[in-house]
Design a protein around this ligand. Structure first.
Ligand code: TYD
Length: 204
C-alpha cells in the first residue's frame, strides 16, 4: 500500500515550476515532513542521453526520443518513486508523464496513447499544472535567466505544448495561474497541497 504522496509539477518551460517546487519543499521540510525532490529527465543513463539532445533534437527520430523519455521514467519509477512512496515519503517531481503527453504530443503522437503507455507509472496524487502564456515563459527564460531557447522551447512548439496541457482533463490535475508573483503562486500551491497533507496525517 502506498503511504507516501506523489506531487508532480507540470507546465511549459518558464512558468516557474522549479522555483515553486523548491519553495514547497522548504516549507514542507520546515514542518518536519520527509520530502524527496526529483525531476525528469533524470540524471540516469537515459536522462543524460535526453539532455545531450537539447541542443539538437534532429539527431534521432521522434519515436526514439519518445522511447528514451519512457525508458528514463521506467528507471525513475523503479529506483526512486515506488521505494519512496512505500517508505511514506512526500515526493516532489519536476515533470512527469503529462510532460510526455504534451511535448511528444506536440510532435505528432496521440496524448491519450502516451498516457496509456505510461500506465506502468503510479498516477500522481496531485499534478500542479502551471499555466502562463508561452510568450511570458519565453521572456522569463531569455531575459530572466539569460539563457537561449533549447530545441524543446521554441515559441511555435511551446504554443502546441500549451494547447495540449490546456486540454488535459484528469482527476488529479489542479491548474495554478503562474502569471502572478512568486509569493502569490506559492500561496496557491500551498492551498492545493494542504488537503492532501491533512489526509496523509489523518491516515498515518
Ligand atoms: P526541463 O524541466 O526544462 O529541464 P531543465 O530545467 O533541466 O532544462 O525539461 C527539459 C525539457 O524536456 C523540457 O523542454 C520538456 C522536455 N520533456 C519532454 O519533451 N518530454 C518529457 O517527457 C519530459 C519529462 C520533458
Amino acid at each position: 500500500m502506498n503511504k507516501g504522496l506523489l506531487i508532480v509539477f507540470e507546465g511549459i518551460d518558464g512558468t516557474g515550476k522549479s522555483t515553486q517546487m523548491s519553495l514547497l519543499a522548504s516549507s514542507l521540510k520546515k514542518n518536519g515532513l520527509a520530502v524527496i525532490e526529483t525531476r525528469e529527465p533524470t540524471n540516469g543513463q537515459f536522462g543524460q542521453q535526453i539532455r545531450a539532445l537539447y541542443a539538437n533534437r534532429n539527431g534521432i527520430s521522434r519515436e526514439e526520443e519518445l522511447e528514451l523519455f519512457i525508458a528514463d521514467r521506467q528507471e525513475h519509477v523503479h529506483d526512486l518513486l515506488i521505494p519512496g512512496l512505500q517508505e511514506g515519503k512526500i515526493i516532489l517531481c519536476d515533470r512527469y508523464f503529462l510532460s510526455t503527453a504534451a511535448y511528444q504530443g506536440a510532435v505528432g503522437f496521440s496524448p491519450a496513447e502516451i498516457i496509456e503507455r505510461n500506465s506502468f507509472a503510479p498516477s500522481p496524487d496531485l499534478a500542479l499544472l502551471f499555466c502562463a502564456p508561452p510568450k511570458l515563459g519565453i521572456e522569463r527564460i531569455t531575459t530572466g535567466r539569460g539563457d537561449s531557447l533549447n530545441d524543446f522551447e521554441q515559441e511555435a512548439s511551446l504554443q502546441k505544448v500549451a494547447a495540449i496541457f490546456d486540454n488535459l482533463e484528469l482527476p488529479y490535475i489542479q491548474r495554478i495561474d503562474a502569471s502572478g508573483s512568486i509569493d502569490a503562486v506559492h500561496q496557491a500551491v500551498l492551498q492545493a497541497v494542504t488537503p492532501l497533507l491533512r489526509n496523509m496525517i489523518q491516515n498515518a
